[in-house]
Design a protein around this ligand. Structure first.
Ligand code: TA6
Length: 316
């Protein structure tokens, strides 16, 4: 079983504007839609679409939970969130104009998780996670969520010999490295934040991927948007180049990538097969209007356009 943990889910409000967004001008909206947000929720959408058994959990604000739970149910996702009373699940506003330059994302902080809510999630993981299960922590924790609480959730999985996947930033990522997750997926900025310095050349990223693998992280992925990703696995480091696509909405591409990698590895594909598929699937997400849409059909045909080249390795 795979559990996806979204500690701060969101309802994405996708707003599409006529023309190019301009200050001091009436920027007219021509489309407004709601979609799934919060990162690990997107991973569950990919897993459910591919028929991989998974449960979406985490925290959810009771006041408006039906909106997100309905969106997830429509995508076939089985949910067991910890619902916090008198709290609202936040909104992430995704602004898209017609410049083709990518989205603006405006995210609310969301509600603070009460101690009782945290304990309920911890109890859920302790009662359900079994050896060999995957547990995916993806997305920012709620405001004021302590690093020690985050560590307690990770430890509860490690103690049950679950396979940890962590896609988070800052102090939470630093804490996650301590329990040696199976997989991490920082983007370039999050990796620089972790190191406290800029990474100006590809070679520097390769070195850091090699260093993280030496620290015991089995699968290190550094996502680089439309420039693809750097992947470290089994002592080798690969540069992954995605197919070129006409971008409609870049929101959620990283999460679809994570879902694609996990789904394929769970189904015993090789790493190359998993990365090739996930890169193509993530590219199809960029070509869709929503936050959680992608195309399996397009991904199948785009896989051959994904370039994978080894550019480093721990023993090279
Ligand atoms: O990665 C895409 C996305 O999940 C959006 O759907 C939006 O909800 C945002 O990221 C939330 O990011 P955060 O890091 O605040 O959890």
């Amino acid at each position: 079983m795979i559990y996806t943990v979204t500690l701060n889910p969101a309802i994405d409000l996708i707003i599409r504007l006529e023309g190019i967004m301009t200050r001091k001008k009436n920027n007219r909206i021509f489309q407004k839609t709601q979609d799934i947000g919060g990162k690990a929720t997107h991973v569950s959408v990919v897993l459910s679409t591919l028929g991989v058994p998974n449960i979406a959990t985490g925290f959810i604000g009771a006041d408006n939970q039906e909106i997100l739970l309905t969106l997830l149910a429509e995508k076939g996702v089985r949910c067991q969130f910890v619902s916090q009373p008198s709290s609202a699940t936040r909104t992430s506003i995704i602004l898209l104009d017609q410049s083709g330059e990518g989205s603006y994302m405006l995210t609310e902080p969301g509600f603070q998780a009460a101690p009782e809510t945290m304990q309920r999630l911890l109890q859920f993981l302790q009662n359900n996670v079994q050896e060999g299960d995957w547990v995916v922590f993806s997305g920012s924790p709620p405001q004021a969520f302590s690093v020690s609480d985050y560590a307690a959730l990770l430890e509860s999985v490690s103690q049950r010999r679950g396979r940890l996947v962590v896609d988070v930033s800052g102090a939470y990522l630093r804490e996650a490295l301590r329990v040696q997750p199976f997989m991490i997926k920082p983007n370039e900025f999050e990796l620089e934040q972790l190191l406290g310095r800029r990474l100006r050349h590809t070679r520097e990223i390769v070195w850091e991927v090699e260093r993280l693998m030496k620290q015991g992280i089995r699968l290190v992925i550094v996502s680089m948007g439309k420039n693809g990703s750097m992947v470290g696995y089994d002592k080798a480091v690969y540069k992954i180049t995605p197919p070129m696509v006409e971008e409609v909405n870049d929101t959620g591409c990283g999460d679809v990538f994570v879902g694609g990698v996990i789904a394929k590895l769970y189904q015993n594909s090789t790493l190359e097969e998993a990365i090739r598929f996930a890169t193509a699937l993530s590219a199809t997400k960029a070509a869709q209007k929503g936050s959680s849409d992608f195309s399996l059909e397009l991904a199948e045909s785009w896989q051959s356009a994904v370039r994978i080249e080894q550019i480093g390795g721990v023993d090279r």
